[in-house]
Design a protein around this ligand. Structure first.
Ligand SMILES: [Zn+2]
Length: 169
């Protein structure tokens, strides 16, 4: 598994001078270091994690967002055992996102298992652009807090302003 710090540093929990200076100059964050250590620890007993390449991470409230390069996140999300072992180690909700996927795919992974019916780009009168997603109406009430969280993640990771519409409402 690849992480933003040296694998050796992640194993020992101590940063080498090079990673230490990257942390100081802001190239790395404390959350990156924390996530690297936790994931390397898990990757020893989990082959599915071993293939991943973590390039960044964010902490939003108590949730962790892991940004992966060249990964099939839907494959990870559908592996309940993997997700729960990661969340157990992180002691909180963990979101896996793809660094280089299309906006549509990025959103689909975050909204899973809520189905996205369509996405639109909308230009506001002030010149700003928002992305509108239309989701299935079924059971959406129980997802309201998750939807609010997704909006913040999308904004933090991709700088996208998200508007969520419920189909048929
Ligand atoms: Zn290092």
């Amino acid at each position: 598994m690849k992480v933003p710090i040296c694998t050796f540093d992640a194993k020992t929990g101590v940063l080498c001078p090079k990673c230490e200076s990257r942390l100081k100059n802001g190239e790395l964050s404390d959350v990156d270091v924390e996530c690297s250590i936790k994931l390397i620890k898990l990757s020893h007993k989990n082959q599915d994690l071993d293939k991943l390449n973590l390039i960044g991470s964010q902490k939003i409230d108590e949730d962790y967002v892991l940004i992966l390069k060249d990964s099939n996140v839907s494959h990870i999300n559908s592996n309940d055992k993997l997700v729960s072992s990661v969340e157990e180690e992180f002691k909180g909700k963990v979101w896996f996102v793809e660094a280089n996927s299309s906006v549509r795919r990025f959103l689909e992974n975050l909204f899973f298992p809520i189905r996205i019916l369509k996405t639109n780009m909308i230009w506001l009168p002030d010149g700003n652009q928002v992305t509108q997603v239309t989701i299935e109406s079924k059971d959406y009430e129980k997802f309201i807090s998750i939807i609010e969280k997704i909006k913040r993640i999308v904004n933090a990771v991709r700088k996208i302003e998200l508007v969520v519409e419920i189909a048929g409402k």
